[in-house]
Design a binder for this molecule. Sequence first.
Ligand SMILES: Nc1ncnc2c1ncn2[C@@H]1O[C@H](COP(=O)(O)OP(=O)(O)OP(=O)(O)O)[C@@H](O)[C@H]1O
Length: 279
Amino acid sequence: MTTSATAPARGKIVLSLAGVNKRFGAVQALSDVHMEVAAGEVVALVGDNGAGKSTLVKVISGVYQPDDGEIFYDGKKVTVNGPSAAQDLGVATVFQDLALCDNLDVVANLFLGQERLLGPIIDEAGMEKEAWRLLRSLSAKIPSVRIPIASLSGGQRQTVAIARSLVGAPKVVMLDEPTAALGVAQTAEVLNLIERLRESGLGVILISHNMADVQAVADRIVVMRLGRNAAEFRVEEATTQQLVAAITGASDNVVAARTARSEARSAEGPAGTEGDPDE
Ligand SMILES: Nc1ncnc2c1ncn2[C@@H]1O[C@H](COP(=O)(O)OP(=O)(O)OP(=O)(O)O)[C@@H](O)[C@H]1O
């Protein structure tokens, strides 16, 4: 895996945000948001539509400038005044659209805009070798690095996009809804990749609507609601019911109702097991 030679020690906070505000006209998209991610940690960022997740990702990745707030990278206060500044720092983002070129092969996509040169010519052999090394480090299942992206499955395309984010040896990788368009097997493959990223000591920020995915791979879950921090859980202490309540801001939802029924049944003992048509 290509983490930087100066990779921070596992558990050290590598990226943190404090008091981040962002307004679009009349819409306060982010209000006093804070978040941090450590090396070797997967932090899931969850929230309903419009909660501010994408805006936060875009602030971290330099697409938007925050109105206020501070960003610290590797212990130093930084200004991320554009996407290339974020990349130069070591913050890579895989956006939902993946931004891959269908007609180009895997190698060309991995090194698009950052081609390796050998004197005056493009070092195709060197890039191919590095492509295999990156993909192997992710235990990725790509049949060939010389096939066009168009012929890959959704999971393989996501794999290539994640591998590309590692080309600059980042310390933080943000993944925006990486499993949104994938089936069960491909989702499992992408979750495995996220495990590899964590194992390699990267700080990973995972934006997802899928609570099963989040509970499968995250160490910590940051819940946003209406542009604010709404709750934060260690994954082992968060039930789906608590997560749904934090995301929606309501405890009287269908998940809570079902949990309450099943708790009531277990309290009643075996005689009370007959009644719930939902189960
Ligand atoms: N460029 C923009 N111009 C105006 N308003 C925006 C812009 N981007 C986001 N917003 C608003 O900011 C708020 C937060 O949106 P954001 O896209 O960050 O939410 P989200 O949590 O990512 O939602 P989703 O899960 O639907 O992507 C919303 O009210 C949205 O309409």
